[in-house]
Design a protein. Sequence first.
Length: 101
Amino acid sequence: MVMIDPKEIVRGSSMSSVTVQVLTTVNAPYGADLSAHQLAKLLTDLESAVTFNAMAFSFFSEVPADIQQDFLKEMGVSAAAASKVACQFSELSGYALPLAA
């Protein structure tokens, strides 16, 4: 298995290390190829929680809270809107999520 250092990916890319970390975390387990913009949209769409979108839930449950905040800022996503979605995921799953607090 080849291990890729996220810092190496960023060098030739316009993506920040925060974006690379987030996308690696949410895409890799599912073999997905979601873009930062697609993920940002899911994070503010309550339908993501209703349909239990795996990549959105992965963001809220597996990405460290400080990185979540950094990603939201980078993408221009309202923290309040993302918090509503996180609260919905938390309620439906019974799992405490940092942005739902």
